[in-house]
Every structure is written in structure tokens, then in C-alpha cells.
Design a protein around this ligand. Structure first.
Ligand SMILES: *Cc1c(COP(=O)(O)O)cnc(C)c1O
Length: 382
């Protein structure tokens, strides 16, 4: 059977072949397999040098200092470390976040709430965007931390991090940003986006799964408490032997993204236009989220009179998702779509199509033709 067309880049991306090629060099006996923390021999030094080069590559994509990058197992761990690590040890804390954050932030904040931390849950407008003024209105004298995502993983909409961050900096409130869906998709620059903590993931940017990073600002100095204790790696913020091959892979992936960011955005804009253009003959199609304040690669669409489950079954040649990968094991509608006020019925009619580096024009044409066919057929038998 022919492989389905992969339209789920927001769930994960394939590893770029150039990245895989680099990673293999750090695994086998002929390669640089040493423990980067081994100080007594060349195996360790070579691995450490590779880790530091990768640290520079990840820092470079977001215009950070390499010393501000802490390796983690992924953006989920980065979110946990940022939020729990910032709140730990403070007797009084108020945290502000939103109802449409990734589960790694939502569930971490709920966990804190259960332990007596006050959390304010901001609700976005229908376009999925949290307005800076909403954040400012929710601030209290005891507010410690604001956690908001840069790009939403289900809708693709973009938060105005620069405006929010500037005000939070003035008020002395910590700002954590989950940029797992933003890195490699739009220009991320911590010199113009005043954030204190930023979560990154390898596998959303054509790197491997199981590796991520947390940006921790040095100036002004941000203090977080470790959540994993051990050998004191990563300046005490995150213990555990560094997975050299994963880290080298993430570094290479970020370096490639930095090189071809502009070109890739242009390509995805063109493919997006082709895809949506291909659906123009179909009535009753709604784009959920914002069509102006968004990245090009994510399109969340509702189809009148067709529920997402039947549509997905009909679209067996397309790999798509309803809601996020973490939520698609359940039949419950996406909390993100409910969070922008979509209502159960409309939320049940939504599918997320996400495209990326290896998507072709031919695949887009095939996908839109399939969608038109299947939606038309499902509506006819209703
Ligand atoms: C994928 C994703 C995560 C989780 O990243 P992992 O590296 O898979 O743990 C967190 N936040 C957002 C916005 C994501 O898209």
C-alpha cells in the first residue's frame, strides 16, 4: 500500500537526513560515544565539545548566549522545570497562564493549584490569541510568573510576546514562553522578546524525539530550582548524563532551521495557499484560529455537517489529527477548540492539517482533492 501523505508536522517531524547522519557519529565504538561529563580522557572531551557546539547552535537560533541553554528530555520537561522550578521555595505565588496552553503547561499549573498556588486562567478570543491587556489586567502584586505559548500547537496562532514581555520585565514578573511550535517556524529572538524562560523541543524542528532545552536568562539573572537531582549537570539545574547523539541532532536541526528559515516560511505560505485554494469549491469550511496572526504550517479547519471522526476515516490516505497528538487517544473534543468558544458540535467537526519541510505541491493537490471528495460524499449520505 502507498504510504499516506503526512500532514501532521505539528505532532512531530521526521528527522532531517542530514541530522540523522550527524547523530550516528556519536553512538558506535568507532564514534564519539564518550560521556560528556568524563573529564579524564579524550572520549569525554570530544563528547563535551560536541555538546557545547550544539548548545551554541540552539542558542544561535533564538539569539541567546550558549550559557543560557539547559538540556532537557523535551519541551514537556522544559515546561515542568520552568514553572515548578520558578515557583519552588516561594511561600506566596500567583501564576497566570491560559486555557489553551499545551498540556505540559496546563497540567503543571493544575498540579501547582492543588498545592495551594493561585492560578489565573486567561481565556483567548475566538481567534485563539491572548491579548497583552488581558495579561496586564490579571497581574497582582504577588504575581510571580506568567506562562504563555508563542505559537499554539492546534491553531498555529501567535502570541505578542514582545509587548507582554516588555511590561512584565518592568513589573519584575517572570515570563515563561513555550516556543516548541515556534522555533524554526518564525523568527524567535530573545534580544527583542524579553522572556526569562523559554521551552524548546528537538522533534518539532526535524531533530530527534526525547531531547529539548530550556532557555534560562542570565541577565537579569533568573533563578530556578532543579526538579531532577543527581550529578549536578547543567550547572545544577538538570542532572543526568547528557545524551550526546540527541543533543548533536537537536543542534544540527536548529542550525539547518536557522539557515533556511526565510525560505521555508515562503515555501509553507505558498503550500498553505495551494491547500486552502484547493478547498475553495467546498462550502461550509471554517478556518479556526487567526488567519493573520499565525504561522503558515498549521491549518485547523471545521467542515459543516461532517464530524471529524468520519472524515478522518474517509481520509485514510492522509495522516491528519483532530486536536493534538496527546489528546487524540480520546474522543473528547479538543480543549483548545472549546477554549476559543467553538462549542462541542463545531469542535467535533475540526481537523488539524499541518505541513512542513518535506511536504510537496503534489501532496497538497492530492490532499485537497481527497478532502473535497470525501466531504462531498459524507454530506450527500447524511
Ligand atoms: C510538542 C509540544 C510540547 C511537548 O514537547 P516534547 O518535546 O514532545 O515533550 C510542548 N509544547 C508544545 C507547544 C508542543 O507543541
Amino acid at each position: 500500500m502507498k504510504k499516506p501523505v503526512y500532514l501532521d508536522y505539528a505532532a512531530t517531524t521526521p528527522v532531517d537526513p542530514a541530522v540523522a547522519e550527524e547523530m550516528i557519529k556519536y553512538l558506535t565504538p568507532e564514534g564519539f560515544f564518550g560521556n560528556p561529563a568524563s573529564r579524564s580522557h579524550g572520549f569525554g572531551w570530544q563528547a563535551e565539545a560536541a555538546v557545547e557546539a550544539a548548545r551554541g547552535q540552539v542558542a544561535s537560533l533564538i539569539h541567546a548566549d550558549p550559557r543560557e541553554i539547559v538540556w532537557t528530555s523535551g519541551a514537556t520537561e522544559s515546561d515542568n522545570l520552568a514553572i515548578k522550578g520558578a515557583v519552588a521555595g516561594r511561600d506566596k505565588a500567583h501564576v497566570i497562564t491560559s486555557t489553551i496552553e499545551h498540556k505540559a503547561v496546563v497540567d503543571t499549573c493544575k498540579w501547582l493549584e492543588g498545592r495551594g498556588v493561585e492560578v489565573t486562567w486567561l481565556e483567548p478570543e475566538r481567534d485563539g490569541v491572548i491579548r497583552p491587556q488581558q495579561v496586564f489586567d490579571a497581574l497582582k502584586p504577588e504575581t510571580l510568573l506568567v506562562s504563555l505559548m508563542l505559537v499554539n500547537n492546534e491553531l498555529g496562532c501567535v502570541t505578542d510576546i514582545a509587548t507582554i514581555g516588555t511590561e512584565l520585565r518592568n513589573r519584575g514578573v517572570l515570563f515563561h514562553v513555550d516556543a516548541a511550535q515556534a522555533a524554526g517556524k518564525l523568527a524567535v529572538d530573545v534580544t527583542t522578546m524579553p522572556v526569562d524562560l523559554m521551552s524548546l523541543s528537538g522533534h518539532k524542528v526535524y531533530g530527534p524525539k526525547g531531547v529539548g532545552a530550556l532557555y534560562v536568562r542570565r541577565s537579569p539573572d533568573v533563578r530556578i530550582e532543579a526538579q531532577i537531582h543527581g550529578g549536578g549537570h547543567e550547572r545544577g539545574m538538570r542532572s543526568g548524563t547528557l545524551p550526546t547523539h540527541q543533543i548533536v541532532g537537536m543542534g544540527k536541526a536548529f542550525a539547518i532551521s536557522q539557515l533556511c528559515l526565510e525560505e521555508e516560511i515562503g515555501k509553507l505560505e505558498a503550500l498553505r495557499a495551494e491547500f486552502l485554494g484547493g478547498l475553495e469549491g467546498l462550502s461550509g469550511v471554517t478556518l479556526n484560529g487567526s488567519d493573520t496572526c499565525r504561522v503558515p504550517g498549521i491549518m485547523n479547519l471545521s467542515f459543516d455537517g461532517v464530524d471529524a471522526e468520519s472524515l478522518m476515516l474517509g481520509l485514510r490516505h492522509l495522516a491528519v489529527s483532530s486536536g493534538s497528538a496527546c489528546a487524540s487517544a480520546t474522543l473528547a473534543p479538543s480543549y483548545v477548540l472549546l477554549g476559543i468558544g467553538l462549542g462541542e458540535e463545531l469542535a467535533h467537526r475540526a481537523l488539524r492539517f499541518s505541513i512542513g519541510r518535506f511536504t510537496t505541491s503534489e501532496e497538497i493537490a492530492f490532499a485537497s482533492t481527497q478532502i473535497v471528495e470525501v466531504v462531498t460524499r459524507l454530506r450527500a449520505v447524511r
